[in-house]
Ligand binder design. Structure first.
Ligand code: GAL
Length: 139
């Protein structure tokens, strides 16, 4: 049930691109991750990590070989075996996260050079029905 999706967008995903993941969590789901990765240094600009064991969504960045300070969503609108839609897009200042069209999180950019954010990854306990990456006019 470990699934893995990766897309490479050499011109950069931030700001201005919207990622829309539609899926469902499998029966024994423990956690899954949506990661916005940088093209060098193993950096994770944005790690979005719903944990079903804790009913919490943990957000963080991985830079200079360690995790930074965690930020948590104040709601957990995901259920086991329930379909969901997660949209993440960024402007110059923040990532914005919507679950089923309700905003759940705003995460201030920690990576300074947004152009280096070129990879998207979805891993672990999630059945992906579709994943769209589309240009969004944020200005
Ligand atoms: C760690 C976990 C990582 C990541 C990180 C976020 O405990 O092993 O996968 O989720 O927390 O702060």
């Amino acid at each position: 049930m470990a699934s893995r999706f990766e897309a490479s967008c050499p011109d950069g995903l931030c700001p201005g691109w919207s990622v829309i993941l539609k899926g469902e969590t499998p029966a024994e789901a423990s956690k899954f991750e949506i990661n916005f990765l940088c093209d060098r240094d193993d950096r994770i600009a944005f790690h979005f990590n719903p944990r079903f064991t804790e009913s919490d969504i943990i957000c963080n960045s991985y830079m200079a070989n360690h995790w930074g300070q965690e930020e948590r969503c104040n709601s957990f609108p995901l259920g086991i075996e329930e379909p969901f839609q997660i949209e993440i897009y960024s402007d110059n200042d923040n990532f914005h996260v919507y679950i089923d069209e309700t905003k759940v999180m705003q995460y201030k950019h920690r990576v300074e050079d947004l152009k280096t954010i070129t990879k998207l990854q979805v891993v672990n306990d999630v059945n992906i029905s579709s994943l769209e990456i589309t240009k969004k006019n944020v200005y």
